[in-house]
Design a protein around this ligand. Structure first.
Ligand code: SF4
Length: 246
């Protein structure tokens, strides 16, 4: 089953809303028709801010393609969202009134701010620190207080307000494109595959249970992503499982 066929399957369950994350470069007529027919599918387009920063991260021409697709969604009366990776380089731009007003004018009704989580030490400088996170939280609060035309979510920023890290089956988990059940997209480790098991069994996987039972999800950390801060512990749990399975 290819990706579009899987999205078709989700469209057949009208009482669940499915955000469909896309980089927007492969959105064709069939895709538009599917979204038009199945209004429980909400496309969420990945964008980094204005043209310069979007094209520098995602490739030349991507920004124009995204704005063209936004227009096509809007012309059809389709709700869509935007997913923005927030870094130390774009956090003021993407939380500004100007930028959010622009998104609203395109027809965007949901913005998910995803804080950049480094997976290498070299990229650490791009990760928002305490000061930037506080700035983002203040800006989102200010925007929410004057307008409810767009839903604004910050991830993992809003986790503080809802009780900390919700990964590893505490509230959700992530399934990668191969079926591997991972604690979160930002913690790409897996010991079970949903092709071989049910979601109920996946949520009880040894890895997830170990992270929950050993209180790794509640570990003290510098902000940002707890499982990135605790990546050595996560890796040690995963390698311990491989060793004990041999
Ligand atoms: S693993 Fe990191 S990004 Fe994912 S839910 Fe936990 S704190 Fe948030």
């Amino acid at each position: 089953m290819n990706q579009l066929e899987r999205i078709h399957e989700a469209g057949k369950i009208p009482d669940i809303i499915f955000p469909v994350f896309t980089n927007g470069t492969y959105v064709d007529d069939e895709y538009f028709q599917l979204m038009d027919k199945c209004r429980n599918l909400v496309p969420v387009l990945s964008i980094e801010g204005g043209k310069e920063i979007t094209d520098s991260r995602r490739g030349e021409g991507v920004y124009d393609k995204l704005t063209e697709n936004m227009k096509r969604f809007n012309d059809r009366g389709l709700i869509f969202g935007a997913s923005i990776t927030v870094t130390t380089e774009n956090y003021t731009e993407v939380t500004s009134d100007e930028y959010l007003d622009w998104l609203k004018k395109q027809g965007c009704r949901l913005v998910i701010f995803v804080e950049f989580v480094p997976v290498t030490d070299e990229a650490q400088y791009l990760a928002p620190g305490d000061e930037e996170r506080q700035y983002i939280a203040n800006r989102l609060e200010a925007v929410r207080s004057v307008s409810d035309e767009m839903v604004l979510l910050s991830f993992p920023g809003d986790e503080l307000a809802i009780g900390g890290c919700m990964a590893a089956g505490r509230e959700f988990f992530h399934i990668n494109s191969h079926g591997g059940a991972e604690p979160c997209p930002f913690s790409p480790y897996s010991d079970i595959n949903v092709k071989d098991t049910s979601l109920k069994e996946a949520i009880k996987s040894r890895l997830f249970a170990s992270l929950r039972d050993n209180h790794v999800l509640e570990a003290k950390h510098e902000g940002g992503c707890v499982l990135f801060s605790e990546r050595e512990t996560v890796q040690a749990i995963v390698s311990g499982m491989h060793t004990s399975a041999e």
